[in-house]
Design a protein around this ligand. Structure first.
Ligand code: BG6
Length: 475
C-alpha cells in the first residue's frame, strides 16, 4: 500500500452478509429470519435465492483465493444456526463449518459477524426483538455457543454490524420493520440495548479466556457543517451524535459523555419524546467491554454536510438510483445538503474520500482505548453493465472510488493510526437492503438468472494491489 509501512500482516479482504448473499432461505433446517418476512417490493429481488452463496460458497471462496485475498468477512444467520433462537440446528452449523474450513485451507482468515441486521423471527414473536432484555439474553447465549463451537478455528469475531443503521432505519427512516418514523427515543433506546448486548458478549468472550480477537463494526459517516455559521456547526454536532457519537461513546469509551447525552436529549426533546434512561450498572458493563475490545471495524461510504433546520422531519430515501431525489431534514437535528462541487453516486451518497481519513483520525484521537482498526466495508454502489461473456465489465468509477479511499487509509497509517486491514464491500453482487439488485457493489458480477460470476475490472485491480501491496494506478 505504501512503501515503508510493514504490510505483512495487513489483512486484505472482502465482505458479505448472510441474508444478502446466501439464499437457501428454508434449506438445511433454517428458520425464518426477520429479514425473510420483511416485505420487499414485488419484483425487485428474490431474496429467497439471493446470490445463492448457499450453493456457491466454494466457488466464491476460491475466487477470493485467486485474487490473493487474506480474509473473508461474512455473517452467521442466527436463524440458520438456531431456527427458534435457542435450539441448535446441526445442518446450519455444518454449513458455516464448511465455509470456515475452506477459508482456512486456502489461507483466508474467516471473520464471522454474529449479527448483521437479522435475527430469528421466532424471537420477535416470542419477546418482541431488541426491545426486550430476554432477547438480549438469548443473543448472549447464541454468541457463547458460537465461540465454543468454533474455538480454535475463528480468530476474529465481530459482535454486531452497524447498530445505528438498523435502529435508524427501524425507528427514524421507516425503511425497516417495524418501520416507525421520527421515533428518536426508540432509536436511541435500540442503540443503547445493542451497545449493551455487544458489551456483554465481549465480556463473556474474555471471561471464557479465548485467545482470539473480538470487535464491533460501526457505520461511520463523517459529518461537516455546510458553512461556518453557529447554527450549521450545531446541526453537524447533532447529526454526528445521532449517526456516530452515541454508539462510539457506548462501545469505545464505555461511557456516554455529558455532552453526548445533552445532544441526545436536545434531539429527543425537540420531538416531544422522553429521554432514555442511562443506567449506571449498564455503564459498568460497557466500560469493562471497552477496555477489553480488540478492534473496531469502520464501514465508511460517504460524508454528510449539514445546515441548520427547524421544520418538521421529511425523509425521502433514494432507493431507486435516480440521482437528486434524496431529501433528509430532521426536526431537532438539521438538514443534509449536497454541495454542488462534490460528486455523488446515483443513490445520492456523497463521495468524499477525505471523510475516511477524518473519521479514522477522530476515532483514534477521541477514543484512547482504541488500538486496532479495520476498514470492514468500503465500496461503491454502481449500475454495472454486462455486455457479453467475452467483454470485461468496466467499472472504472468504482476503481477510482476504491483507489481514492485507500489513499486516505494509507495517509492514516502514515500518520500513525493503527489500521490493520481493509475489506471491499462486496465480494460479489448481492441484494442491497433498500435498493434491491440494481445497486451493485461486487468485485464479481453476478448474473442473477444463472448465478454465474464474472470478474469485473475492479477485481483485477484489487488482485494487483494484493500482490504488490501498492495501490495500482487506473489503466
Ligand atoms: C452497510 C451494510 O451499511 O452498507 C451492508 O453493512 C450494506 O449490509 C452496505 O449492503 C451498503 O448499503 P446499501 O444500502 O447500499 O446496500
Amino acid at each position: 500500500m505504501k512503501k515503508g509501512i510493514n504490510m505483512n500482516k495487513f489483512l486484505w479482504g472482502a465482505s458479505t452478509s448472510g441474508f444478502q448473499v446466501e439464499g437457501g432461505y428454508n434449506l438445511g433446517g433454517k428458520g425464518l429470519s426477520t429479514t425473510d418476512v420483511r416485505h420487499v417490493k414485488e419484483g425487485i429481488a428474490d431474496t429467497k435465492v439471493a446470490s445463492d452463496h448457499y450453493h456457491h460458497f466454494k466457488e466464491d471462496i476460491l475466487l477470493m483465493k485467486e485474487l490473493g485475498l487474506k480474509a473473508y468477512r461474512f455473517s452467521f444467520c442466527w436463524a440458520r444456526i438456531m431456527p427458534d433462537g435457542h435450539h441448535v440446528n446441526q445442518e446450519g452449523l455444518e454449513f458455516y463449518d464448511q465455509i470456515i474450513q475452506l477459508c482456512l485451507e486456502n489461507d483466508i482468515e474467516p471473520i464471522p459477524t454474529l449479527y448483521h441486521f437479522e435475527m430469528p423471527q421466532a424471537l420477535v414473536d416470542e419477546f418482541g426483538g431488541w426491545k426486550s432484555r430476554k432477547c438480549i439474553d438469548a443473543f448472549v447465549e447464541y454468541a457463547k455457543f458460537c465461540f465454543k463451537e468454533y474455538a480454535g478455528e475463528v480468530r476474529y469475531w465481530i459482535t454486531i454490524n452497524e447498530p445505528t443503521s438498523m435502529a435508524g432505519q427501524q425507528y427514524v427512516g421507516g425503511t425497516f420493520p417495524p418501520a416507525y418514523k421520527d421515533q428518536f427515543d426508540k432509536c436511541f433506546k435500540a442503540e443503547y440495548n445493542q451497545n449493551l448486548v455487544h458489551a456483554r458478549i465481549v465480556n463473556a468472550y474474555k471471561e471464557a479466556g479465548y485467545t482470539g480477537q473480538i470487535g464491533i463494526v460501526h457505520a461511520l459517516q463523517t459529518v461537516y457543517p455546510a458553512t461556518d455559521s453557529k447554527g450549521d456547526k450545531h446541526a453537524a454536532e447533532l447529526k454526528d451524535v445521532l449517526e456516530n457519537k452515541f454508539y462510539l461513546d457506548g462501545t469505545l469509551a464505555g461511557k456516554y459523555s455529558k455532552h453526548t447525552l445533552a445532544l441526545v436529549k436536545e434531539i429527543i426533546d425537540a420531538n416531544g419524546q422522553q429521554m432514555i434512561d442511562i443506567k449506571p450498572e449498564d455503564e459498568k458493563v460497557l466500560l469493562k467491554a471497552a477496555k477489553q475490545l480488540d478492534f473496531v471495524g469502520v464501514n465508511y461510504y460517504f460524508s454528510k454536510f449539514m445546515k441548520e433546520y427547524h421544520g418538521d422531519t421529511e425523509i425521502i430515501h433514494n432507493g431507486t438510483g435516480e440521482k437528486g431525489t434524496d431529501v433528509n431534514r430532521m426536526k431537532g437535528v438539521g438538514e443534509e445538503i449536497h454541495p454542488k462541487d462534490l460528486p455523488a453516486t446515483d443513490w445520492d451518497w456523497i463521495i468524499y474520500p477525505q471523510g475516511m481519513y477524518d473519521q479514522l483520525k477522530r476515532v483514534y484521537d477521541d477514543y484512547p482505548l482504541v488500538h486496532s482498526i479495520y476498514i470492514t466495508e468500503n465500496g461503491m454502489g454502481y449500475k454495472d453493465k454486462f455486455e457479453g461473456e467475452d467483454k470485461i465489465i468496466d467499472d472504472t468509477p468504482r476503481i477510482d472510488y476504491l483507489k481514492q479511499h485507500m489513499e486516505e487509509v494509507a495517509k492514516a497509517i502514515e500518520a500513525g493510526i493503527p489500521v490493520h486491514g481493509y475489506f471491499v464491500w462486496s465480494l460479489q453482487d448481492m441484494f442491497s437492503w433498500t435498493n434491491g439488485y440494481s445497486k451493485r457493489y461486487g468485485l464479481f458480477y453476478v448474473d442473477f438468472k444463472t448465478q454465474k460470476r464474472y470478474a469485473k475490472k475492479s477485481a483485477y485491480w484489487y488482485k494487483k494491489l494484493a500482490e504488490t501491496q501498492e495501490i495500482p494506478s487506473i489503466d
